[in-house]
Design a protein around this ligand. Sequence first.
Ligand code: PLP
Length: 369
Amino acid sequence: MRVPFLSFTGMHLPLRQAMLDKFEQFFDSNWFVLGQQVKDFEMEYAKYNGVEHTVGVANGLEALHIALMALEIGEGDEVIVPSNTYIATWLAISFVGAKVVPVEPRLDTYNLDPKRLEEKITPRTKCIMPVHLYGQACEMDAIMAIANKHGIKVVEDNAQSQGALCNGRKTGSFGHLNGTSFYPGKNFGALGDAGAITTNDAALAKTCFTIRNYGSQKKYYNERIGVNSRLDECHAGFLSVKMPYLEGWNQARRAIAQNYYKALNGVGDLVLPVLAEGVDSVYHQFVVRTKHRDQLQAFLKTQEIGTLIHYPVPPHLQEAYSHLGYKKGDYPIAEEIAETILSLPIYPGLTESQQDYVVAKIAEYFASL
Ligand SMILES: *Cc1c(COP(=O)(O)O)cnc(C)c1O
């Protein structure tokens, strides 16, 4: 049996004709940038996400970057961000010239630890960027309470967690501005790069609409410094076709996760993902930890089971951030996570026999030790 790390077939095959019809409609419209498809999708996604406004942009990184620009965060400002996130969250801060202030995550949930937040806050702190990593919602009520107490803005990085809930409310609806990514491999993906900003603040939404389009609302009149980061009509159209399926796909991921929890409990030294109180996960990844990570991954590869490491090098140890002078040992929790995590296959369409095979091969590996 072969189990690829990710396959789109289960999601895309039933949609093939609807997607081709949408393409035909887009092609015949002769309208390729900022038209009705984008407008319709922005409404649909706002409704799904439980917010007033969605601003479609070119990708997730730009969503975060534009959000920070709209909040006028820049040089001299500090932004608190998890030490174990994907590098995009850090890059958005670097683009606006602000200072990255890493905070260690909880080792059990891999998400931002509200208990560690306050010690990082200084008079220069302008923003906190919680990242709902691997699909699990951060403890947003605790985070918002701290941010509001100090008058600090919040930008959620919702790239991995469309549809996840914190106390019944969707991620991407708590922060002042929130960024998400529709990169194909995310839970909700376009057929190329795409992203969005979500917010309940009409004035901030308007600022983001302006920034994404050269800082202009009226063609050839530019009121501020902006970027070219628009959501393409074709991707908006494809996303609209996929929108009604997202809840079902997230349910399929949750069901696979429950299977893994049951079958992998107590196997070897595996540590399974823990959910914080009041939150759930849409299992963008199912991440386990083990001291035998590299050997287990190599063995699974010989058995034709694909796995990945999200992520092997934490941002503070990346060459891109060498100018900050961090060294190994500065963020031990992020480093321990990077050294021991392994992401197992989890996606709609992963069959029960494939799941059983993954579990059996992991058990076989640990039995051989
Ligand atoms: C994918 C991702 C991004 C960036 O999204 P792109 O669309 O690839 O630019 C940002 N943050 C996190 C946590 C991500 O997983």
